[in-house]
Design a protein around this ligand. Structure first.
Ligand SMILES: Nc1nc2c(ncn2[C@@H]2O[C@H](COP(=O)(O)OP(=O)(O)OP(=O)(O)O)[C@@H](O)[C@H]2O)c(=O)[nH]1
Ligand SMILES: [Mg+2]
Length: 344
């Protein structure tokens, strides 16, 4: 699962990418694509690891992709190639400039947001129209066309003509028949307002905050922070009134945005967070670990993280009766600790 970073040239995409992934290089300045894999911070995994003292502790991960861009800073031009490049991402992180300074106009995050969103909508409209024309032609020629595909595409076209991004219609955006089109306005989006170092306020930005999933960050500050030693970071944190890295928050929000959640396996060898989509049944969660566990599935022994905390230990939880046996169709919950019983 991959998140693509978008935004105007000069909005701070490279800075955000580096702060997020701690991957510092001048590759971005040469217009190269960059990819970074980050662990998803999860205090529950820390606690479980303290409890079991395993040889290995494995966190969930998310991947960030930043397309290289030929456009250079503050050009105020949307780079279409970099939009095309994020079409195969599962969600978007959209960076808005809310800082000024030498060489920059006054920030206009709301206008920038609308301009980019319009671009996303237009490029999807072109795709939908072309495909509909094609399908109509095929129909006339007597070829078999899927009527459901035509009606879904027609619905998309209607919304796009009204300049509404498809992410406002999640069911439509996620329809199986439309998957191949990789509609970019249909991808879940996290909007990052990239503020000045000393500014923690949400800017004037119309109805942005109520309509979109927004987070305020100070990317330059975070990028500097990410390059410091622990001691340096400590004094920096208090100076700028930061309690925890905003990037941890962004990574967690990314995981949520992708519709993902974690279940855990625990033991002396390994404490591990496994990633599944919300609503996944136990039988498919088993497959994430190994296809043999799915094939030979008998039961899932489940204890929720909170019940483990209440009881203090697995053995106590068992005595209290909070360890449950669940079948194949059980819908796994975020934070379930699972021990799969299976035959090989
Ligand atoms: N004050 C301030 N400056 C920032 C912030 N984020 C980025 N900058 C500066 O803005 C400039 C552009 O940032 P980049 O991260 O290179 O932006 P970009 O979107 O990757 O830009 P291009 O790749 O050049 O299109 C750099 O000089 C950054 O140091 C911020 O949060 N506050
Ligand atoms: Mg850049």
């Amino acid at each position: 699962m991959k998140l693509g970073i978008t935004g105007f040239p000069g909005s701070g995409r490279t800075t955000v990418f580096e702060a997020l992934t701690r991957n510092f290089s001048d590759a971005g300045h040469k217009g190269e694509n960059r990819i970074g894999v980050m662990r998803v911070p999860d205090a529950r995994v820390d606690v479980l690891s303290d409890m079991y003292k395993p040889k290995k502790t494995i966190y969930a991960q998310v991947e960030y992709f930043m397309p290289g861009s030929a456009a250079r800073g503050a050009e105020k031009k949307i780079d279409r190639n970099s939009l095309t490049a994020v079409r195969d991402c599962d969600a978007l992180i959209h960076v808005l400039r809310n800082f000024g300074g030498y060489g920059f106009d006054a920030p206009m995050p709301y206008e920038d947001f609308l301009a980019l969103d319009q671009e996303l909508v237009l490029s999807d409209l072109v795709v939908a129209e072309k495909r509909l024309e094609r399908l109509e032609m095929d129909k006339k020629r007597g070829r078999v066309v899927e009527p459901e595909e035509i009606s879904l595409l027609t619905e998309c076209r209607k919304h796009l003509e009204q300049e509404i991004p498809l992410r406002k219609f999640p069911e439509l955006a996620e329809a199986k028949l439309l998957r191949g089109y990789a509609f970019i306005s249909g991808k879940p989006m996290l909007v990052l307002l990239n503020n000045e170092d000393d500014d923690e306020q949400m800017p004037q930005a119309g109805d942005l905050q109520t309509k979109e999933n927004c987070t305020i960050i100070r990317a330059k500050l975070e990028q500097e922070l990410a390059q410091m030693s622990a001691e340096e970071a400590q004094s920096f944190l208090s100076e700028f009134n930061i309690t925890a890295s905003a990037m941890d928050r962004v990574i967690k929000a990314s995981y949520e945005l992708l519709g993902l959640m974690s279940f855990f396996t625990v033991g002396e060898d390994e404490v591990r967070a496994w990633t599944i989509r919300k609503g996944t049944p136990a039988i498919d969660a088993a497959e994430v670990i190994h296809s043999d566990i799915k094939k030979g599935f008998i039961r899932a022994e489940v204890l929720s993280y909170n019940d483990l905390m209440d009881a203090g230990s697995y053995a106590e939880a068992r005595k209290k009766g909070t360890v449950r046996l669940e079948g194949k169709t059980y819908q796994v919950q975020d934070g379930d600790i699972i021990n799969f019983r299976f035959n090989v």
